[in-house]
Design a protein around this ligand. Structure first.
Ligand code: NAD
Length: 358
């Protein structure tokens, strides 16, 4: 088994190093190969997703990804910006299903801005379609400048579109995920205003008939945004399109206290996957050794589960993370009085040590 390790920019290299340390400690039989991506690759090769990096990702069973981006690249021509690397990997690898669990660990209940009773025991799964919608619709607004901006332009546009097979396959993924959980799917749309999402709703409803054991309901995205903070535990699996999923999964991540805790998996139909923390490259804290590596370590656990068929090892990592939290160790983003503040590296070391104890 082969894992492509793409650390990227900002805190990416710091947090990926800790996840690699944890994977190595498991002494499983896989090969890891590292390659540049994002701004780091642009600096080295003039492109955020060099051919060699893409080839390595395509040939691997799984990709462990840190994060890409920095404000300093905001004036680059859009195809050369670091964020294009992740869009390119999703497109080339056909990663159409993005899993973002939002789990509230009982030790971190107080780190959330919501009342403890609203989020205690929270366990929801947001499934975001990743290769369609307005992010990939053509044509995009005509470009009149090479710096990514539109001086003097009177309009710009992007096109929202979904095909039936694209909606069907993400709906199947959502219903099948729900079958292994509390058997409820909420499909989020904007069918009252957008044709694309009336179509989405119709297709999801049709697919739902094949899963009579799963309860399906539909919710407009504005209401879903509200319900996520009003009564988040009403949800089990939430399935939605690319743009709504982008926004709602970030909102859901904050329910749990810190974006530094949340892993994600993006899968294709062959089981190949890209695993990354839900957060970005956090340039504001890069190089300070204070980033929370747990989202990346938990992403490595998802990688073992979904792409490498190592469920026992995945559970071991998750139990080790739980133990470290129960022992009171916290990086700055989740620190509260009475707990012990640790650095990125100390947190990684603690998870490795906990592996032996779980
Ligand atoms: P961000 O997620 O990088 O940071 C948001 C806030 O959360 C910051 O205050 C940051 O310090 C904090 N944070 C994030 N991860 C943390 C961690 N592990 N531990 C502790 N604190 C953490 O989002 P942003 O600031 O909007 O974006 C920064 C850059 O990241 C941009 O260039 C953006 O395009 C890029 N980005 C990349 C990805 C990706 O690589 N998939 C995703 C989102 C944003």
């Amino acid at each position: 088994m082969k894992i492509a390790v793409l650390p990227g920019d900002g805190i990416g290299p710091e947090i990926v190093a800790e996840a690699v340390k944890v994977l190595n400690a498991l002494e499983l039989n896989f090969e890891m190969e590292t390659a540049p991506v994002g701004g780091a690759a642009y600096e080295a090769d003039g492109h955020p997703l060099p051919e060699s990096t893409l080839k390595l990702a395509m040939e691997s069973d799984a990709v462990l990804f840190g994060a890409v981006g920095d404000w300093k690249y905001d004036t680059l021509d859009r195809p050369l910006r670091p964020e294009q690397a992740i869009l390119g990997l999703r497109k080339h690898m056909g990663l159409f299903a993005n899993f973002r669990p939002a789990i509230c660990y009982k030790e971190l209940v107080d780190a959330s801005s919501l009342k403890p009773e609203l989020i205690s025991g929270l366990d929801i799964l947001i499934i975001r379609e990743l290769t369609g919608d307005i992010y990939f619709g053509q044509p995009r607004g005509r470009r009149v400048a090479t710096d990514g901006h539109f001086p003097g332009a009177e309009e710009a546009f992007d096109t929202m579109r979904y095909s039936k097979p694209e909606i069907e396959r993400i709906a199947h993924v959502a219903f099948q995920a729900a079958q292994k959980r509390s058997k409820r799917v909420t499909s989020v749309d904007k069918a009252n205003v957008l044709e694309t999402f009336q179509f989405w709703k119709d297709v999801v409803t049709e697919v739902g008939k094949q899963y009579p054991d799963v309860a399906l309901d539909h919710m407009y995205v504005d209401n879903a945004a509200m319900q996520l903070v009003k009564e988040p535990k009403r949800f089990d699996v939430v399935v939605t399109g690319n743009m709504f999923g982008d926004i709602l999964s970030d909102e859901a991540s904050m329910l749990t206290g810190s974006i530094g805790m949340l892993p994600s998996a993006s899968l294709n139909s062959k089981g190949q996957g890209l695993y990354e923390p839900s957060h970005g490259s956090a340039p504001d804290i890069a190089g300070k050794g204070i980033a929370n590596p747990l989202a990346t370590i938990l992403s490595a656990a998802m990688m073992l589960r979904f792409s490498l068929n190592q469920e026992a090892a995945a559970q071991k990592i998750e139990a080790a993370v739980q133990k470290v939290l129960a022992d009171g160790l916290r990086t700055a983003d989740i620190y509260s009085a009475g707990t012990t503040k640790v650095t990125t590296r100390e947190m990684g070391d603690a998870v490795v040590a906990a592996l032996a104890a779980v």
